[in-house]
Design a protein around this ligand. Structure first.
Ligand code: IVH
Length: 675
């Protein structure tokens, strides 16, 4: 009965997942989908013996840290010959047709992501491996399982028992923009382009992070021993029937003219696509002809990649401006004579940092090449030296902050200069306040960027704590603000003291402490006092907190000015503690645990929750501070070795439950978890 229901839910969820993500044609509402998913998760939790690594419920990922195993490819992952020139492309076609007679080509887009090889056995996803060096790559299966367009179980029943399918893991522009906006708010370095973001995400340690990043996967090549197809086109049509996402943009072309037309079309039309592409791949369709042509050492002779030229324009660099970010980071920005590039007028381009400028020897007055390549923000790629003015001199980078005059500093390992005057530099002060009031932080409505600037200009705010001292009449007399909006703003500020601790912690704007890190810190330490007291080592015991983040936290709390702000926020009633949990017992008081591996009767989150409600502490990594490791299946061998070396006790899930007597979680806590 239950097994049947679980199977039915899995089938339904797979189907609707496919309709939604692959075919873009959902049949049911998100609400209905979520309800089914919840039912499945509940049943799977209650019946761990029916667990399945390919159940649709794994799409949400987990916080098990992946240690990527290196896997040898059964069929090597080759690269492609590249060309930018139509003439070379025509030679490629002629060379082939001379050898084989007229033949069909399949033209496809060249997706600009990161290559992946998926192995299916008996219709189920067995493994996902990155390209690596072409011979062996990293096993990133847990992460790839969260990608909604990768089928975990295939549709139909006419697939080969064992085969590989290759394609590209892509990050659509929409996901890319969202992630970079979040990283910017957290003061983290941005991903330069969707390709880096996709590759970086695949190598993320926690698959739950991957699940949130909105990756996509398009497949373009099957590999296997005896595949039942005579040509590429047919093989991909079948793959589509099995549930894979296959590009809608592929075409069969029968002449050089048709190929040229395909390229010309997509060189323009790709701008409308929601994901990045950097060329067209032209492949011989017929597998017999492919066999006849064979391979070079690195690439097939039956395919070539024609790369689109990044669009370039030549224009004058009028001047260089310097932006100061919330963290004090200085970014040089080129002011350009407006020029048309890839359909938009470009007036500004990033110059990245001093090193980059020196490398290209960029000087105001120069004619410079501007490109919009894979990157979203246009960049300057070179200088037309033949047009350099005779009296030109090398550019001298600024040494003091353009906003406040403070001498700039450089931190080790960072390319950018920083203005260290956090407390007195206008854009930094305003930037921090704007960050604090963001929706994902204190969510203070009615206060936008302009109003914050207005408050600053009128001497009403100098730091985030000043917000809580504001009175409505002070606001009402400012330009553009009436009594009503003043009242609303004050009400919203006062109301923000109810915001949970994790969002307050995010709002403080500690370097590298983004939304997710703040959440983990809050869950682990439960109060600001505990975060402030923690040593570097203790800080890194929280999930996703590494040395760099720990250092930034310590630096933040070492600053007396920050401490003063925190005291005033505390007086205003801002929450510096997580909601108290209803304790079930104190039987684990003073004991620290690490959860490792997979468990049959409880999820990892449940075990963590149980540890905390019995007064124990969860740590992320094995160290001398750990009392017990609760070990499930597949506990990493490195962890095991370390635990044995340190003499940490290793106990099973059952031992652990016996230790606390009952695995019941008070309803109040369970409800809190869901929100
Ligand atoms: S076919 C034997 N088709 O380009 C060749 N590759 O430069 C198998 N790529 O590593 C590759 N879009 O990551 C093929 N439609 C497409 C592609 C594509 C992007 C990437 C792939 C490969 C690289 C080769």
């Amino acid at each position: 009965m239950i097994r049947e229901r679980i199977e039915e839910l899995r089938r339904q969820l797979e189907y609707h997942n496919f309709r939604y993500y692959v075919e873009n044609a959902p049949e049911i509402s998100d609400f209905e989908f979520d309800a089914m998913m919840r039912e499945l998760q509940d049943l799977e939790r209650a019946h761990p013996e029916m667990a399945d690594p390919n159940s649709p419920s794994v799409r949400v990922g987990s916080d098990i840290t992946a240690e990527f195993r290196s896997v040898k490819h059964r069929f090597p992952m080759l690269s492609l010959g590249n060309t930018y020139s139509p003439d070379e492309l025509h030679e490629f076609i002629e060379r082939i047709e001379k050898e084989t007679g007229p033949t069909e080509f399949v033209c496809e887009l060249k997706f600009d992501g990161t290559a992946i090889s998926l192995t299916y056995e008996h219709g189920r996803l067995l493994r996902a491996v990155t390209r690596g060096d072409g011979t062996q790559g990293d096993d990133v299966t847990a992460n790839v399982r969260t990608v909604r367009t990768v089928p975990l179980r295939l549709r139909g029943d006419d697939w080969p028992d064992y085969f590989e399918i290759r394609g590209e893991i892509l990050m659509p522009y929409a996901s890319f923009d969202k992630i970079n906006a979040e990283r910017e708010a957290a003061g983290e370095t941005l991903f330069a382009n969707p390709r880096n973001a996709a590759a970086g995400t695949l190598k993320q340690q926690a698959s739950a992070v991957v699940a949130r990043r909105g990756l996509d996967c398009t497949l373009y090549q099957l590999a296997g021993d005896d595949l039942p197809f005579t040509n590429h086109w047919e093989s991909l049509q079948k793959a589509r029937e099995w549930g894979f996402k296959i590009s809608d943009q592929m075409r069969i072309c029968r002449s050089a003219e048709e190929i040229d037309a395909y390229i010309a079309h997509w060189d323009e039309a790709r701008r409308e696509l929601p994901f990045p592409t950097d060329g067209v791949v032209i492949k011989v369709n017929d597998f017999g002809v492919r066999r006849q042509l064979g391979f070079t050492a690195k690439a097939p002779k039956w395919a070539v990649a024609y790369k689109f030229k990044a669009e370039q324009a030549l224009t004058r660099l009028d001047s260089v401006a310097f932006q100061v970010g919330r963290t004090g980071a200085i970014t040089p920005v080129a002011n350009l004579e407006p020029v048309l590039l890839a359909g938009t007028t470009v007036r500004r381009a990033t110059l990245h940092n001093a090193e980059q400028m020196a490398l290209l020897d960029i000087r105001p007055g120069d004619m410079v090449y501007v490109e919009k390549g894979g990157e979203i923000i246009p960049k300057i790629t070179g200088v037309e030296l033949s047009q350099r003015p005779a009296d030109s001199r090398p550019f001298e980078y600024i040494t003091v902050c353009p906003e406040c005059g403070t001498p700039l500093v450089k931190y080790e390992g960072e390319a950018k200069h920083y203005c260290p005057n956090q407390g007195g530099c206008r854009p930094q002060i305003i930037g921090r306040i704007i960050h604090f009031i963001r929706r994902k932080a204190m969510d203070i409505e009615g206060l936008g960027e302009e109003t914050v600037e207005l408050l600053y200009e009128n001497g009403l705010v100098r730091d985030v704590a000043d917000l809580y001292d504001l009175q409505a009449p002070q606001l009402a007399c400012l330009p553009r603000l009436g009594e009503k909006s003043a009242d609303n703003i004050i009400r919203s500020i006062r109301g923000s003291v109810e915001v949970p601790f994790r969002r307050v912690l995010f709002g403080l704007g500690i370097r590298f402490v983004g939304e997710t890190t703040a959440k983990y810190l809050a869950e682990h330490f439960r109060s600001l006092d505990a975060v402030m007291k923690a040593t570097r080592e203790e800080l890194t015991e929280a999930d996703e907190v590494g040395g760099r983040i720990a250092d930034a936290i310590i630096e933040y709390f070492a600053d007396e000015k920050n401490l003063a702000i925190i005291r005033r926020l505390r007086d205003a009633g801002v929450k510096f503690e997580a909601e108290a949990r209803e304790l079930a017992s104190e039987s684990l008081a003073g004991k620290s645990f690490v959860i490792s591996g997979k468990f049959s009767n409880h999820s990892r989150d449940e075990l963590k929750e149980l540890i905390e409600i019995h007064g124990g502490r969860n740590l992320a990594a094995v160290s001398a501070n750990v009392d017990y490791i609760v070990a499930g299946e597949n506990m990493g061998p490195a962890k095991l070795k370390k635990a044995e070396k340190l003499g940490v006790k290793i106990i099973s899930e059952e031992d652990f439950i016996a230790m606390i007597g009952s695995d019941e979680i008070p309803a109040a806590n369970a409800a809190e978890k869901r929100t």
